[in-house]
Design a protein around this ligand. Sequence first.
Ligand code: IMP
Length: 425
Amino acid sequence: MAVTAIIGAQWGDEGKGKIVDLLAEKARVVVRFSGGDNAGHTVINRFGRFALHLVPSGIFSETDCIIGHGVVVNPEILIGEIENLNQHHVDTSRLHISDRAHVIMPYHLLLDGLEEDARGGNALGTTRRGIGPAYADKAARQGIRAGDLLTGEEFLSRLRTVVEQKNAILTRVYGLKPCSVDEIYQRYVGYGQRLAPYISDVTRIIDGAVKQGRDMLLEGAQGSLLDNDLGTYPYTTSSCPLASGACLGSGLNPKNLDHILGVYKVYTSRVGAGPMPTELKDSTGDKIRERAHEYGTTTGRPRRCGWFDGVAARYSSGINGFTAAALTRLDVLDGFDRVKISTAYRLGDKVIDYFPASISELMRCEPVYEELPGWQTPTTHMKRYEDLPEAARRYIARITEIIGCPVTIISVGPAREETIFVEQH
Ligand code: IMP
């Protein structure tokens, strides 16, 4: 048996959904461990095309799908996803939600928008899904957990205390009307009743699966460079999308994590504000965006696009300890005369090969590029590594060298079959 974590290695949107969907066929358990409905995984398979925000992409296979306690759950969104899946004849009886997972409440959604607006020109570009405020409440020990929704009077009393404090902020700081405890209570008790069959202490399921030797995937959301500690703070998300977060947010004992698969796009994208040294604000960036349709699954915002950032990629591989990598969207680079990889940054009069912690330094970094020949042949229908044009193989080999772990999967199109599994010699 093996337990594998699938980790976004850049700023999110690396194509983790497709990789999980592929690997979930063999897995018996899939666990989502971080983020909330700020994430969006597009999955295309025999049931149709789905944009999943909360339900693990493994739902299409005969697997137990777990939403771990590291996730913050918007119950309305989750119920919508479950109903949509059921309408498409996808069985959701194997879905489990951790009773410890925190719930996104109406005031979290309100505050995310208000706080972003108040930042003005310094807005972080959050998804406005209430993610930051929900994690802030978790850290402040005033969150509501999925299990609380099932406790009746206990939930009401806790909610009263929290809403009183939120209303003080909403009315006195923002001059808005207060939230009604009763309205929220009625609505959320309803959600609780609908989700009750799915809510349980999932650590027991995970522990049992490990003891039975069942193959398990830990499905990451967002990307490593958005991590609140090791990412480009404060332009980060509020949870831990790293390999270490996979254990933290699922309850898996770290000794039981066997493989860590980093998912990289063969170029770089970012949505929201914050530094991105290889961003291309020119026709090449536009070409990548249009060809790859780089628009957010959750917000529809155009993503910022640029060349592969080797400095960031190496950093991400190091902090996660990737044992292997999947490269996605190779086909997007088909037809470029030259392709570029940044291997260092120019910072003032220095050349550095590390990813600076200081946001102002990172903002000033200019990429130092290595240019490689591009390839003209379309790669989408290629099935074997050996079939790829020589220039594409050279490009992949250079990325492999930079990230320091073997590339075992190459995605050349959105569909499941548009994937090359690289044999390791
Ligand atoms: P939040 O997670 O909504 O608080 O947003 C914080 C930052 O993370 C913003 O820059 C978002 O654009 C970014 N972000 C959040 N989720 C995703 C994702 O799934 N893909 C890419 N960026 C994301």
